[in-house]
Write a protein that binds this ligand. Structure first.
Ligand SMILES: Cc1cc2nc3c(=O)[nH]c(=O)nc-3n(C[C@H](O)[C@H](O)[C@H](O)COP(=O)(O)OP(=O)(O)OC[C@H]3O[C@@H](n4cnc5c(N)ncnc54)[C@H](O)[C@@H]3O)c2cc1C
Length: 390
């Protein structure tokens, strides 16, 4: 198994501070993340202490306001950090992205008082978050969710089941979308639920194809009581908050996908230059050279696309369409590139002795999470031709 840190890439970074940040991240990857990645993924070990380290180093709050302990970094910088982390280990890169997604509601829609109370611990105080939208019967059709929150005096009582929750059972806080009113998108409200709330229980983690170090679990809310001071935004505003979080989150998934694809290309290049067949390195054969060239081109194109969307976001412009395009393109590219990397390694690529099979299994999930790629196409098409007529 290879435990190498990914090869460095030429990056456009806007400031000295952002260049130092990327150097710090690469150093942390080399020392703390890459050496353990393969063995821990194989064993299904969740590296909780790495997230504590990232939090204490200011890397769990990068795109958020410095006033509350965030890093005040542009999204275009934050995403490149995610790409580096995911290239070393997807469980870590995606975990940071999900944590960021979980902070989005409070940072964007919380009151000043709520932000001052909760955000410093969430952004840099060692806490880890999770985002709870999906349910057993509502995935793509998220607005049909059934988990209920019922008002009881100054409290809310939450009852229902959330499914597929990344960090389910290990998170310190959960951003939860629950029904407080009418059917459909307008009856949903967002809440911040502490991880140790009474009545909140996680099932055993799902047994997944890949990302085995990242726990994904169902969460049962059995009359979980929380004060109204933990309601985020207005009653009925939850679905809009959830979608706004997902626009940003999708860019995180796109960056992670490019990270995984890059790791696969590194392995493919290294193998192709070392392996000899017909008395020559296989990298001599045009059939493989063109494959490597296509892989590299898809990675560069994907990075350009996610950065273009991030720069729109950084400029305060609409970026929902571009985020969907970046998520779609980068994750499909990651699936193709990782599959081709297995091909470049031939039979060895199909064994557990090389990491490319893991990258291929990991790439698959990125086409599914935070809106499947069919849903991304629906979002893009709506921007082109308007909503469906039925
Ligand atoms: C490892 C992992 C981690 C996850 N982490 C989280 C998390 O932290 N928080 C969270 O809330 N959720 C999480 N999810 C859930 C994820 O977001 C859902 O799996 C995803 O949204 C799809 O929902 P579903 O699985 O119910 O599939 P379904 O919605 O049932 O879709 C099944 C298939 O039908 C297709 N389909 C559905 N509707 C349409 C349509 N209108 N047009 C065309 N095709 C359509 C889909 O694209 C898919 O191919 C996670 C999932 C996984 C696998």
């Amino acid at each position: 198994m290879s435990d190498r840190a990914p090869q460095p890439v030429e990056r456009q970074l806007p400031t000295e501070e952002s260049r130092d940040l990327l150097a710090l991240v690469r150093d942390m990857i080399q020392r703390e993340i890459a050496p353990r990645a393969a063995a821990e993924e194989d064993a299904g070990h969740f590296p909780r202490e790495i997230f504590t380290l990232l939090s204490r180093s200011g890397l769990l709050g990068l795109p958020y306001d410095a006033e509350y302990g965030g890093g005040d970094q542009p999204y275009a910088v934050y995403l490149q950090v995610l790409e580096e982390l995911a290239a070393a280990r997807l469980t870590v890169g995606l975990g940071v992205s999900v944590h960021s997604l979980a902070c989005h509601a409070l940072a964007g829609y919380g009151t000043k008082e709520q932000q001052a109370t909760h955000l410093p611990a969430m952004l840099g105080g060692g806490l880890l978050g999770a985002y709870c939208l999906s349910e057993p019967s509502s995935g793509s059709d998220a607005a049909s969710l059934r988990t209920k929150a019922v008002r009881d005096g100054d409290d809310w009582v939450i009852t229902g089941t959330k499914a597929w929750i990344t960090h389910g059972g290990v998170a310190d806080f959960y951003t939860v979308l629950a029904r407080t009113g009418e059917e459909g998108a307008r009856g949903i409200t967002a809440f911040l639920v502490p991880g140790d709330a009474e009545g909140l229980n996680a099932a055993a983690p799902e047994k997944k194809m890949g990302m085995k170090g990242s726990p994904t679990a169902q969460l049962n809310f059995d009359g979980v009581r929380i004060p109204d001071s933990r309601r985020i935004g207005e009653e009925g505003q939850g679905f809009a908050i959830a979608l706004s979080a997902l626009d940003s989150g999708r860019l995180g998934i796109a960056a992670c996908a490019i990270g995984v694809a890059r790791a696969a290309l590194d392995e493919a290049v290294s193998y192709a230059t070392g392996r000899q067949q017909f008395g020559r390195p296989i990298a001599d054969f045009q059939g493989l050279r063109f494959m490597l060239a296509d892989m590299a081109t898809q990675i560069e194109a994907g990075r350009s696309l996610y950065l273009a969307a991030a720069r729109l976001r950084d400029a305060g412009r609409p970026f929902s369409r571009e985020a969907a395009m970046a998520k779609l393109f980068c994750t499909d590219a990651a699936m193709r590139v990782t599959t081709d990397a297995v091909q470049v390694l031939g039979g060895y690529g199909y064994t557990l002795d090389f990491p490319v099979e893991r990258f291929m299994r990991e790439a698959k999930v990125l086409q599914i999470v935070e809106g499947t790629n069919q849903i991304q196409r629906m979002v893009i098409a709506r921007h082109l031709v308007g909503p469906e007529t039925r």
